[in-house]
Design a binder for this molecule. Sequence first.
Ligand SMILES: [Zn+2]
Length: 71
Amino acid sequence: MPAECPFCAQPVVPHALVCSSCSRDVTIPDTLLAERDDLLRKREAARAELAQAKAELEALRRRQRLSLRRN
Ligand SMILES: [Zn+2]
């Protein structure tokens, strides 16, 4: 809960869902929080996958360099 409204910068009443000045939402809905958590998990999974792919690529390149040296 922000101390002031992100839209009009007026102080927000504690536990208020909307700003008393401009009537805009000052809380983040649980569904959006859940969506964000889900996206963060997916980002972590994608990063791990990318790191794995980079490691495999590096291993392939190393093997290729070794085989070129032998020939
Ligand atoms: Zn406001």
